[in-house]
Design a protein around this ligand. Structure first.
Ligand SMILES: [Fe+2]
Length: 472
C-alpha cells in the first residue's frame, strides 16, 4: 500500500479516546508464533480534558488499560478506563477535580496548608505502568496507592497497600535473587527520607533502608543488581517545605541545580547499609535500562539527557505543536568503581533510545547484551522507530514505516530458547494515515515483522506495558 507521511500526524496520539471495547477477534495480517499464548496489558492516558478543563502534560491524562490476548494464532482486545477517583470525579462533575503531575485544578490556599505533608489529595490516576503481585494486578503511578484491577474484565476493584511515602515510582523491580517486589518512596516531612522496601504477595513488607535527604530528587525509576539498589539522584531537586505553599503543580516545584552533580546512592539489598554515595556529572533520566556488577565496578545503564528540559518538553501543547523539538536521549553507561569511588560515563550507541526494555526475566540485574526501545529518525517530529541495540558491539538495527509511531516494545522470550534475543517484540503502533492503531509483532532477532493486529480506533500514546504468559 502506498503511504504518505502526514506532517505532525502524530498529534493524533495525544487526542482523547472515549470508546471502550471488547473484541473477541481483531484482524491479523501475518502469522503469530505458535508459542505466543498470553496477554499484553498496556497502560497510558486516554482522556486529556474534562468539560472545559484541559490536562497540561502527557503524564496527566486519565488512565486507560488495554489488553491484547494471544491464543491459537488469534488476537482479542479490550480497553477500559481505570475508574479512579480522578476519572469518576471528572465524569460526574465535568471538570478536573484532582491534581496531577503538572496540572493543578486551583486548590485553595487553605487546602494546600491543610494537606502539607499529609497524603496528597490524589485521584489515583495510575496511568504509567502495571505489575502483578501474587494474584493481584496493580496499576501504578507516582502517587502511593496502587489501583487493583480485574485482568479479565479490566474493571477497577479497589486499591492496594500504599507505598511508604507521598511520592513513589511506577517502576518497581523484582529482586534478581528472591523475586520480591522492590521499590522506594520519598517520605516528605520535617526529616525527609527515601524509603527502600521489599513487598511480598499478601501484604508482607520489609523496610530495607531509610536514607535522610534534604533536597530530594525527582527519580522516575531506579536500578537494581544482585546485591544492590541504586538510587540515582539527578540534580533536579525540590525543597520539601516549599511544596505545600508554592501554588504550582507538583513537578513545577523541582529545580535544575547542575552544580550539585548526580549522586549515585548504592544500598545493600540484604542489609540496607549504604555502600557509598558516588558523585558524577549532572544529567537527567526517566528510565534505567539495567545495572550489574563486573570486576569491582557497578554498571548503571540509562537513557540520559543533558538536563531536565525533557520534563517541559512533554507538556501537551508542545507535543501537539512539535515545538520545540524534543531533547534527544543518549544510551549511557555510568561505571561506578566501588572502591575507588569514581564514576565514568560512556555512550553505548549512537541511537537515542527511550522506553527501554530488556530480557528482564533472565537479565535483570545481570550482564546483558540487547536493549530495545523507541527512537527518533534524524529530523523526525516524534519517536517513529523501534530500535534494538547490541551493547557488546555498539550496533543498532531499526524498524520503521512512514507515518507510523510505535510505542514501547515489550520483549517476550521464546520458551526454552538459548539466545538472549530469541523471542518477539510487542509494540502498539499509531498509523496516522489510517487513523487507527495496531499491535505490531516483530521477531526480536532481526526486527522483521511477523504480524500485525489492527483495532478500529487510535490508541493514544501510552507509557508502559507488561506481558503475562499463559494468561489468556
Ligand atoms: Fe516510565
Amino acid at each position: 500500500m502506498q503511504r504518505t507521511q502526514i506532517a505532525g500526524g502524530h498529534s493524533l496520539g495525544f487526542q482523547t479516546l472515549e470508546e471502550e471495547r471488547s473484541l473477541e477477534a481483531v484482524p491479523v495480517e501475518g502469522t503469530l508464533p505458535g508459542w505466543l499464548a498470553g496477554s499484553l496489558f498496556r497502560m497510558g492516558p486516554a482522556k486529556f480534558e474534562a468539560g472545559e478543563h484541559h490536562y497540561q502534560h502527557w503524564f496527566d491524562g486519565l488512565a486507560m488499560l488495554h489488553r491484547f490476548t494471544f491464543a491459537g494464532g488469534a488476537v482479542s482486545y479490550a480497553n477500559r478506563f481505570l475508574a479512579s477517583p480522578a476519572y469518576r470525579a471528572a465524569r460526574e462533575q465535568n471538570r478536573i477535580v484532582y491534581s496531577e503531575f503538572a496540572t493543578d485544578p486551583c486548590r485553595s490556599l487553605f487546602k494546600r496548608v491543610a494537606t502539607a505533608f499529609s497524603p496528597p489529595a490524589s485521584g489515583h490516576n495510575a496511568n504509567v505502568n502495571l505489575t502483578r503481585l501474587g494474584d493481584a494486578f496493580l496499576a501504578l503511578t507516582e502517587t502511593p496507592l496502587p489501583v487493583v484491577f480485574d485482568p479479565q474484565t479490566l474493571q477497577t476493584l479497589g486499591v492496594a497497600e500504599p507505598a511508604p511515602g507521598q511520592l513513589t515510582v511506577a517502576h518497581p523491580h523484582q529482586s534478581p535473587n528472591t523475586g520480591e517486589l522492590i521499590s522506594y518512596a520519598t517520605h516528605f516531612g520535617p526529616l525527609t527520607t527515601y524509603r527502600v522496601y521489599a513487598q511480598q504477595p499478601r501484604g508482607r513488607r520489609r523496610m530495607i533502608a531509610k536514607l535522610p535527604v534534604s533536597r530530594p530528587a525527582y527519580m522516575h525509576s531506579f536500578a537494581i543488581t544482585e546485591r544492590y539498589v541504586v538510587l540515582v539522584e539527578f540534580p533536579f531537586v525540590v525543597v520539601p517545605l516549599t511544596i505545600p505553599l508554592s501554588g504550582r503543580p507538583f513537578i513545577e516545584n523541582y529545580r535544575w541545580r547542575p552544580q550539585r552533580g548526580t549522586h549515585f546512592r548504592v544500598i545493600e539489598l540484604d542489609t540496607g547499609k549504604l555502600r557509598g554515595t558516588y558523585e558524577g556529572e549532572p544529567f537527567f533520566a526517566f528510565h534505567h535500562v539495567n545495572a550489574f556488577e563486573r570486576d569491582g565496578e557497578l554498571m548503571v545503564d540509562l537513557c540520559a539527557y543533558d538536563d531536565a528540559e525533557i520534563v517541559r518538553g512533554l507538556y501537551l501543547d508542545r507535543l501537539r505543536q512539535q515545538h520545540p523539538a524534543l531533547p534527544a536521549p543518549q544510551l549511557r553507561r555510568c561505571r561506578l568503581h566501588l572502591d575507588r569511588k569514581t564514576v565514568e560515563s560512556e555512550r553505548l550507541a549512537d541511537a537515542g533510545l527511550e522506553l527501554p526494555r530488556i530480557d528482564y526475566r533472565r537479565r535483570n540485574g545481570r550482564s546483558y547484551r540487547y536493549v530495545y526501545g523507541i527512537a527518533q529518525r534524524e529530523g523526525g517530529d516524534f519517536p517513529d522507530q523501534l530500535a534494538k541495540v547490541d551493547i557488546e558491539h555498539g550496533e543498532t538495527r531499526v524498524w520503521s514505516e512512514p507515518g507510523t509511531y510505535p510505542g514501547e516494545p515489550v520483549f517476550v522470550p521464546e520458551p526454552n530458547a538459548a539466545n538472549e534475543d530469541a523471542g518477539v517484540l510487542l509494540s502498539v503502533a499509531l498509523d496516522t494515515a489510517a487513523r487507527s492503531s495496531f499491535l505490531l509483532i516483530l521477531d526480536a532477532g532481526n526486527l522483521n515483522e511477523l504480524a500485525r493486529a489492527r483495532v478500529p480506533h487510535h490508541i493514544p500514546f501510552g507509557f508502559h506495558g507488561q506481558y503475562f504468559g499463559g494468561f489468556a
